[in-house]
Design a protein. Structure first.
Ligand SMILES: [Zn+2]
Length: 452
């Protein structure tokens, strides 16, 4: 048997095993895993790790927020993802008040399809005006949106009764609800107090969004989910207070899951005290917390009380961040990490001894696929999409805006050095990045229909 492509002599790392093996690819699929395979084309991966393509289930590309649009579009965002070893992302759809969910989905796909370099899925957002459209959810699920985003904050915030209605509707189709859990009433009151008192610097941003109340919101929506009988996934967990609620629910046997992000694992809230726009750049929600929280989050990943590392990648341009320096609550919220996630979790997780190689792959590749209905992705197994990363554990990478392929032109990780970085990224059998060179065309990525 001669395969189209064979990745030879690599150390194949999955969520459950680490073995020396060759991987044979036919067309877009993994066709064999074994010894001494031969192909029309071969890549020598001796000394390298071969992992499933990484999956980022939480990104916001060209997302409108107020007067601004997040800086990476579906091209630059998926390009940066590919350089970082990510082969699938999940972004979002929001409906206009008078628009059906299916029409909004079609419009979002029309934006993404010509630009994407890698495969993508979409979460359907259920905002307050969508409560009247819950009967559309079966149709949306059938169209490939298997997960639904619920907000407990911002203008899209659902009140508890609406959360109950939305969770019930998602449960009825066996979908996955994902939630932004914060206590919006408390946040609004604290922001009003601070702004009235002239406390308008970014320093006050994390102090307006207390960890304790992030945990309270998570506990509340977990209880509503328990009452409904649905599974639930908590987005961007920033603190031990929320981990504790997820852990307690899991001990009760509930199907509750959570993710955290590089900004919470690698950074701390002293960044908000940097002068000028530097203090505005890290504004995101939930906020980046005190340094001690990082240890809890790494432990939660190791203990599988958190299952996933995603990014919540949503940067804005420097001048947009700077334009609202007079009031921290108006600074467009969101930070970038779509390119560094896989390498950063390897460095700070595996190299520092917080995670095993297999836990790294589980958190960045396999669990995201399993929890979000990406049935052909996230694992190295016969029949799966040949989405693969050849990861060089000896390859150094120093983060600068110039070394990244993101559009924002700034990064919170500037100056950090990582040892271990993707060398080659394959998407459905096609080499899309090799040795720092992009080899693929926009539009080659596909919308992936997800289901459970
Ligand atoms: Zn987000």
């Amino acid at each position: 048997m001669t395969y189209d492509l064979v990745i030879k002599n690599g150390t194949v790392v999955t969520a459950v095993s680490t073995t020396k093996a060759d991987i044979g690819i036919i067309g877009e699929k993994i066709a064999a895993i074994g010894q001494d395979l031969s192909g029309k084309r071969e890549i020598d991966a001796a000394g390298k790790l071969v992992t499933p393509g990484a999956i980022d289930v939480h990104v916001h590309l060209e997302m409108p927020i107020g007067d601004f649009i997040s800086t990476d579009d579906f091209y630059t965002g998926t390009r940066a993802a590919a350089f970082g070893g990510t082969t699938t992302i999940i972004d979002f759809v929001e409906t206009a008040p008078d628009e059906t969910m299916l029409a909004a989905l079609a419009a979002r796909r029309a934006k993404a399809d010509p630009k994407v370099l890698i495969d993508y899925g979409l979460h359907m957002t259920i905002g307050p005006t969508d409560i009247a459209k819950l009967d559309q959810i079966p149709g949306v699920y059938a169209a490939g949106c298997a997960s639904f985003k619920l907000y407990m904050a911002y203008g899209l915030r659902l009140h508890d009764g609406e959360l109950l209605q939305a969770l019930t509707a998602v449960c009825d189709v066996d979908g996955m609800p994902v939630v932004h859990a914060e206590n919006w009433d408390v946040i609004c009151a604290l922001i009003a107090q601070n702004v009235a008192g002239g406390r308008v610097e970014p320093h006050w941003h994390p102090r307006s969004r207390p960890a304790l109340l992030e945990g309270e919101a998570a506990a509340r929506v977990i209880d509503i989910a328990d009452y409904v009988g649905t599974r639930l996934y908590i987005f961007h967990v920033s603190c031990q207070e929320t981990v504790a609620q997820i852990a307690a629910a899991r001990l009760r046997g509930l199907p509750i899951y959570g993710e955290t992000c590089p900004q919470y694992l690698l950074l701390d809230w002293s960044l908000y005290d940097l002068p000028g726009v530097a203090g505005a750049l890290p504004v995101c929600s939930p906020p980046i917390r005190e340094q001690a929280q990082q240890t809890y989050l790494w432990q939660a990943l190791a203990q599988e009380n958190l299952q996933v590392v995603s990014t919540d990648h949503c940067p804005f341009a420097l001048d947009e961040k700077a334009s609202r320096l007079g009031n921290y609550s108006q600074i467009p919220g969101g930070v970038p990490s779509i390119e560094i996630r896989f390498g950063a979790v390897y460095q700070r997780g595996v190299q520092n001894g917080a995670l095993t190689l297999n836990q790294w792959v589980a958190a960045c590749c396999t669990r995201p696929a399993q929890l979000f209905g990406l049935q052909q992705k996230g694992d190295i197994a016969v029949g799966f999409d040949a989405d693969l990363v050849i990861f060089d554990p000896e390859r150094p990478f120093t983060v600068t805006p110039e070394s990244l392929h993101e559009a924002a032109g700034w990064t919170l990780y500037e100056g950090m050095s990582f040892l271990g970085w993707p060398q080659t990224t394959l998407s459905r059998g096609e080499i899309i990045v090799h040795d720092g060179e992009l080899l693929a065309q926009p539009g080659r990525g596909r919308f992936v229909k997800r289901a459970f």
